[in-house]
Design a protein around this ligand. Structure first.
Ligand code: SAM
Length: 185
């Protein structure tokens, strides 16, 4: 079985977009308990997978886990060094730990997505893909604009396994333009 219900969401997103086709290097931001990593390894046993989370993660064959905040200054360098080359897919299922104040929670989660995107622009190979959980409503217009600058195609989707009433959506950005001058922001 899978370590998380989230695993089914990645499976559905892969079926729809072929995100895991041919991947050799994958980055999983906010990886605990490891369901997404399981789905990647199941489809691509030889893929090099690097996962990072604030929480400890049970070891998994062929996956490098780091218990670390992705916003730490040295996190990106650590991921890159462990990957051994540019990533085919950077994915983030991160949500900020909620403090119970709706706007604050929303802003904090959007902040994490921005960090993930910023990292992705330096970790991905040209043509690579980015998948991230986003929250519906408010504040994501700028994110979408940034994604459109960096990727050929940007789609917002709600996989069937995602609870209907939840504000959780996923953004699937494919075809990293790469190499162009300037960063994501
Ligand atoms: N995709 C995972 C799976 O299938 O097992 C589930 C991920 S869970 C929904 C989101 C994770 O993001 C949590 O484990 C949380 O600890 C992590 N997270 C939140 N903020 C983080 C940060 N700043 N750095 C690293 N991980 C973070």
């Amino acid at each position: 079985g899978y370590r998380s219900r989230a695993a089914f969401k990645l499976k559905e997103l892969d079926e729809q977009f072929g995100l895991l086709n041919g991947v050799e290097r994958v980055v999983d931001l906010g990886a605990a308990p490891g369901g997404w990593c399981q789905v990647v390894k199941q489809k691509k046993p030889k893929a090099r997978v690097v996962g990072m989370d604030l929480l400890a993660i049970e070891p998994m064959a062929g996956v490098d886990f780091f218990q670390k905040d992705i916003t730490d200054e040295d996190s990106e360098a650590l991921i890159l060094a462990t990957l051994g080359g540019p990533a085919d897919l950077v994915m983030s299922d991160m949500a900020a730990n909620t403090v119970g104040h709706k706007q604050t929670d929303h802003l904090r989660t959007m902040g994490l997505i921005e960090v993930a995107l910023d990292m992705a622009t330096r970790l991905l190979r040209p043509g690579g893909n980015f998948l991230a959980k986003v929250l519906a409503g408010g504040g994501d217009g700028q994110l979408t604009a940034a994604l459109r600058r960096e990727f050929t195609s940007v789609k917002h989707v709600k996989p069937p396994a995602s609870r209907k009433g939840s504000s959780e959506w996923y953004v699937v950005a494919t075809g990293f333009k790469g190499g162009a001058a300037g960063g994501s922001t």
